[in-house]
Design a protein around this ligand. Sequence first.
Ligand SMILES: Nc1ncnc2c1ncn2[C@@H]1O[C@H](COP(=O)(O)OP(=O)(O)OP(=O)(O)O)[C@@H](O)[C@H]1O
Length: 458
Amino acid sequence: MTASWAQSLPRPLAPPRTAILTSADLSFRQRVRDALTGLRWQVREADGGAETLACLDAAPAEAVILDSWLPDLEIGEFIAEFEKLHPGIDLVALGDLAASSRSMRSPRRNEVLFALRHGQEGDEVLGGDEAMNSGSVSCESPSGESANCAPVMPMREIEAQPSAPVRMLAPPVIIATRRQIESENFSGADFAAAPLRSGPSSACRLPEFIGTHPVMLEVSRRIRLVAGHRTSVLVQGPTGSGKELVARALHRLSPRSVRPFVALNCAAIPEALLEAELFGHSRGAFTGAVQGRVGRIEAAHGGTLFLDEIGEMPLACQAKLLRFVESGELQRVGDNELVKVDVRLIAATHRSLARLANEGAFRSDLYFRLSVFLLHTPSLSAHIDDLPRLTAHFLERMSQQSPAKSLSEEAQSRLLGHSWPGNVRELEHVLERAWILAEDRPRIGAAEIEFGEEYVTE
Ligand SMILES: Nc1ncnc2c1ncn2[C@@H]1O[C@H](COP(=O)(O)OP(=O)(O)OP(=O)(O)O)[C@@H](O)[C@H]1O
């Protein structure tokens, strides 16, 4: 009696499971999210890999559901980073990544792989019964027994009736590919087939950074790790080596990317004007201030402030910046009102800020606050192996404006023999100049490769 009474009582619901759904495709995200919410999953969404890692930092989840393409990271590199940072969280691979029937048949596998596939014409979502009935997939529970898998709705039907209740998977333990990824079966052939993966060395390159030299891959790796945090970053490196590119990538990969990225070159503004430019000023604050103006810091509210050539900032301005960094509040020049501003600070310099601080030319308290995370952009000579790729990239970009040109072997040797004091920017300019000098010829010769002022004849 007691037993039957107990059986008739509604069973308490298990707490919802939590997942982060990672895809750059909004409508795809919406469909998968709706389906999972119906299965009592609590789903948070992320656009790309960096945002996913930032989401996991903010609050844990039981699973990450991953599309087969990420806008910011190579998929293999994201998975490697994810595995390192979150070995206990399931990774649910969608799309091409999970659609390999070969990996599904693998006798090594002891977890069920249910794969949702993007709705290509004629494709269906692969699922339990359907796949088992077709005989193409062996469907096992984690313990190795046959699982009771519910049929899955074909993706084209989900698309046709977006509000229809979808029985996607039951029980809602979706995919545990973690173990698969560890197996050679998944990490080998399946990733080799991924369209964005061109080789192990390119696995962690950010799209804006051309080149696969380890020093550049390390730059990309560090950018990805710190992008999602509010941490101040100091970028050091010689002129033209990509410091601003780093700052923009940090902003792009951060949750602040929808807010402004404001850059200020501290060396380009006269000392007398720099303070007003940074902090803004009230009307009449100084001769010529006919109206009040918001400064660059306020203009970056919610976003990122990039202070280039921070080593050139005068000490008086450094003191004011330090006050702002410590309190998050600023005063416009000529104004007593305190304004609260939320910015992420990225500073850059081609000099050693630590040395400037030692010499007393830079405030060491400000240095320590700006350099919580350090990034170094190497000189081009330190990653000279990337020169052919960088060259191809710039020539390709120029060919979008006029007919394509290539480099003769002599021109290539000339480029390789140069020391590149102006780094990647110098390469960009040398190629642009050579392109013009080659006129209508499709091949750029050694004579067209000119460095600096060497063409000037007295
Ligand atoms: N690894 C790279 N891949 C592709 N382009 C690059 C790379 N590094 C630098 N560039 C390009 O070189 C040019 C100079 O880069 P950037 O302005 O970021 O350098 P910088 O270090 O900030 O220079 P400066 O010290 O003069 O301010 C830009 O056009 C940038 O896009």
